[in-house]
Design a protein around this ligand. Structure first.
Ligand SMILES: NC(=O)c1ccc[n+]([C@@H]2O[C@H](COP(=O)([O-])OP(=O)(O)OC[C@H]3O[C@@H](n4cnc5c(N)ncnc54)[C@H](O)[C@@H]3O)[C@@H](O)[C@H]2O)c1
Length: 304
C-alpha cells in the first residue's frame, strides 16, 4: 500500500491531452482567423513500419482536430540519405510549412543525426536538431522534444513538485532520457522555466542493484527504456510518482498483441502515490505537445 494506504492515483494522459488540445483548438482558431492561414505541419515517413504508420496517423488526426493543416510525405524504404535530405531541404524552403518532423527510426542505411540536423531549427518541432539540443542544455528557449514536454506537462498538471526533488530517469537516449534530464534540472535563473530537480540518469550499464538504490530514494521515477517489467514494486519509495514512458508490444497467452510500459503496473500501483498507465499516459500527451510546438513554430515565423 502507498503512504496514504491506498492505490496510487492514476494520471490520466488521455484526459490531459484532450484538455491541451481543446485549448489549442480555440487558440489556433483565433490565430488562423486573424492571419488568414492555418499552421502547417509536414511529416516525412520513410518505409512502412506499422508502428511508425500508426504514430503518424495519430499525429495527423490530432492536427486535424486542433485546426493544423497537415500532410505526410511518404518515401520508399530504399530512399538514400541524400534523397531524404533533399526532401527535408525542400520543406525548409517552403514558406507555407511551419513544422517538419521526420518519423524515427529511419532505415539503418541513413544517419538519423544527419537527417535531424538537416531540418531548419526554426521548423524543428521534434526538437532533435543539434542547435535546439544545445540550446536546451544551456537552459535557453527552444523546441524541446515532445515526449520530454509531455512528461513535464503530466507532472505539472498533476501538481507534482520537482523543485529540489530527487528524480531518477531510466534511459539516456538522445531523444528522451538525456533531454528530459536536462530540462528537469534546468535552472530558473536562465530562459527556460526552471524545474530545479536533482537528477540521476541511469542506463543499460547501471547495475540492477545500484538502480534499485537510486530508485528507492526517488520522489519521481521516469522510465524510458523499452524494458518490460524494469521497475518493480520493491524499487519504489512509498508515495513516489512513477511516469512510464515505455511502449512495448507483448504477446498475451491468447496470442493477442498488448501494449505495456516498463513498469510492473499492478504491483507498483500499490506502492506509488501517482502512476501513469500504458497506454493512455505519456503517449497521448506527446501528440498534444507536437501540436503545441507546431503552433509555436507558426507564431514564431510570423514574428520573424
Ligand atoms: N510514450 C511516448 O510518447 C514515447 C515516445 C517515444 C518512445 N517511447 C518509448 O520509450 C522507450 C524508450 O525509447 P527511446 O527512443 O529512448 O529508446 P532507446 O532504445 O533509444 O533507449 C533506451 C534507453 O534505455 C536504457 N536501458 C536499457 N536497458 C536498461 C536497463 N536495464 N536499466 C536502465 N536503463 C536501460 C538504454 O541505456 C537507453 O539509454 C521505448 O519503449 C519507446 O517505445 C515512448
Amino acid at each position: 500500500m502507498s503512504a496514504n494506504g491506498q492505490s496510487a492515483l492514476l494520471i490520466d494522459g488521455k484526459k490531459i491531452a484532450e484538455d491541451i488540445q481543446n485549448k489549442l483548438r480555440d487558440d489556433i482558431k483565433t490565430w488562423s482567423e486573424l492571419h488568414k492561414r492555418k499552421p502547417t505541419l509536414v511529416a516525412v515517413l520513410v518505409g512502412e513500419d506499422p508502428a511508425s504508420c500508426k504514430y503518424i496517423e495519430k499525429k495527423m488526426q490530432a492536427a486535424e482536430y486542433v485546426g493544423i493543416d497537415s500532410r505526410t510525405e511518404k518515401l520508399h524504404e530504399s530512399v538514400t540519405e541524400d534523397e531524404l535530405i533533399t526532401k527535408v531541404v525542400e520543406l525548409n524552403k517552403d514558406e507555407s510549412v511551419d513544422g517538419i518532423l521526420v518519423q524515427l527510426p529511419v532505415p539503418q542505411h541513413i544517419s538519423e543525426r544527419n537527417v535531424c540536423n538537416a531540418v531548419d531549427p526554426t521548423k524543428d518541432v521534434d526538437g532533435f536538431h543539434i542547435m535546439n539540443v544545445g540550446k536546451l542544455s544551456l537552459n535557453m528557449m527552444t523546441f524541446v522534444p515532445c515526449t520530454v514536454l509531455a512528461v513535464i506537462e503530466l507532472l505539472a498538471r498533476t501538481g507534482i513538485e520537482t523543485f529540489g526533488k530527487n528524480v531518477v530517469i531510466c534511459g539516456r537516449s538522445k531523444n528522451i532520457g538525456l533531454p528530459l534530464s536536462m530540462l528537469l534540472h534546468s535552472d530558473a535563473r536562465y530562459e527556460l522555466p526552471g524545474h530545479e530537480a536533482t537528477v540521476t540518469l541511469c542506463h543499460r550499464h547501471t547495475p540492477p542493484e545500484q538502480l534499485k538504490v537510486f530508485t528507492k530514494t526517488a520522489d519521481i521515477i521516469i522510465s524510458a527504456t523499452g524494458v518490460v517489467g524494469l521497475i518493480k514494486a520493491d524499487m519504489v519509495k512509498e508515495g513516489a510518482c512513477v511516469i512510464d514512458v515505455g511502449i512495448n508490444r507483448i504477446k498475451t497467452q491468447e496470442g493477442k498483441v498488448k501494449l505495456v510500459g516498463d513498469v510492473d503496473f499492478s504491483a507498483v500501483r500499490e506502492v506509488a502515490g501517482h502512476i501513469t498507465p500504458v497506454p493512455g499516459g505519456v503517449g497521448p500527451v506527446t501528440v498534444a505537445m507536437l501540436m503545441k510546438n507546431t503552433f509555436q513554430a507558426a507564431m514564431d515565423r510570423l514574428k520573424q
